[in-house]
Design a protein around this ligand. Structure first.
Ligand code: COA
Length: 324
């Protein structure tokens, strides 16, 4: 009897405030035409000053719990992929545990930037497969726009805020998360950095904003997406033709298209919603998963691949045979 972790509930939340490419034209030297052609992004959502990552995480988690018909007390463990926690400590996991009243849950954050949800899924899956936990809440949530210099056209056009959540339970019918692959290229860490607040620079005012070498990150991202998908196919024994839907990290449509060409996967089998939200970091994959489910793009038995890449540099993927 092999146990796999299956997803039984999904939910997401994005802030109401919309920042369009036309709005950005008034802030930096850019154009809707350039942003659309180079990234595919048309608009993104921004949190207000008072809203923090745990607020978005809470709303996404509540929806996922409702969808799964799970009460907060039933949760054994809460894991949150985030790189924009409310505070360095306590973790967003602990803040969320309190907000939800999930008094029986262990709680922690997963720090793998935009790969945080895929890293978290692999950890949650292992905790369930081992028999340690029966119900895990995993959230991907970020408010990276708070760390962006809106005078820097290199980064401010790319990112948005949001949260997505899933509830995982054990399955013994051959469905669930069947394979994952996690990887890191620490040597490339310098290409995407958020130094502020860290112990290397505790004085936020010196380097409050993220810095990025877009070209280096682009090359890495195409390679990471292709490799991670290929690795979970190899590990699970499935072929690219068996994949019903790929949900990649929503960073840039050109990154996705380059990887698809290499993987020989048709565009119809890929879910893309980055035109509406930009890059919401660890939240992008679970938000896309939630929308794909609501649109009827996923049904029981489907083979779904989730893949993420980001600062670290990190990347990872999970192959799921959909359980419910
Ligand atoms: N608006 C208008 N022009 C811009 C611009 C903007 N926002 N940003 C850069 N440009 C200009 C450059 O100055 C350059 O002009 P030049 O040719 O006169 O020097 C030209 O456009 C091309 O710039 P370049 O940096 O080569 O563009 P690019 O095709 O590499 O696209 C990114 C830039 C950032 C969109 C792209 O590199 C990218 O998406 N990288 C990955 C980033 C990412 O996904 N990060 C998160 C990973 S989780």
């Amino acid at each position: 009897m092999t146990i796999h972790a299956g997803i039984v509930g999904v939910g997401s939340k994005v802030p109401d405030k919309v920042l369009t490419n036309a709005d950005l034209e008034k802030m930096v030297d850019t154009s809707d035409e350039w942003i659309t052609a180079r990234t595919g992004i048309k608009e993104r959502r921004l949190t207000d000053y008072e809203t923090a990552t745990s607020d978005l995480a809470y709303e996404a988690a509540q929806k996922a719990l409702e969808h799964a018909k799970v009460a907060p007390e039933e949760i054994d463990c809460i894991a949150i992929g985030t790189s924009s926690p409310d505070t360095l400590f306590p973790s967003v996991g602990c803040i969320l545990q309190d907000k939800l009243g999930a008094t029986n849950a262990a709680a922690f954050d997963v720090s793998a930037a935009c790969s945080g949800f895929n890293y978290g899924l692999a950890v949650a899956s292992a905790l369930i497969e081992s028999g340690q936990y029966k119900c895990v809440l995993l959230v991907g949530a970020d408010t990276l726009t708070k760390y962006i210099d809106f005078k820097d056209r290199n980064t401010c056009i790319l990112f948005g805020d949001g949260a997505g959540a899933v509830v995982l339970k054990p399955f013994i019918d051959g469905s669930g998360i069947l394979a994952n692959h996690l990887a890191a290229e620490g040597a490339g860490g310098k290409h995407l950095v958020m130094p502020g607040g860290g112990s290397r620079d505790p004085e936020l005012r010196k380097s409050r904003y993220m810095s990025m070498d877009g070209k280096e990150v682009f090359k890495f991202a195409v390679r990471a997406l292709e490799t991670s998908v290929q690795k979970v196919l190899d590990k699970s024994g499935f072929k690219i033709e068996d994949v019903d839907l790929l949900i990649p990290h929503q960073a840039n449509v050109r990154i996705i298209n380059h990887a698809l060409k290499k993987l020989r996967l048709p565009k119809e089998k890929v879910y893309v919603n980055l035109q509406k939200y930009g890059n919401t970091s660890a939240a992008s994959v679970p938000i896309a998963l939630d929308e794909a489910l609501s649109e009827g793009r996923i049904k029981k038995g489907d083979v779904i691949v989730l893949s993420g890449f980001g600062a670290g540099l990190t990347y990872g993927a999970n192959l799921i045979k959909w359980s419910v």
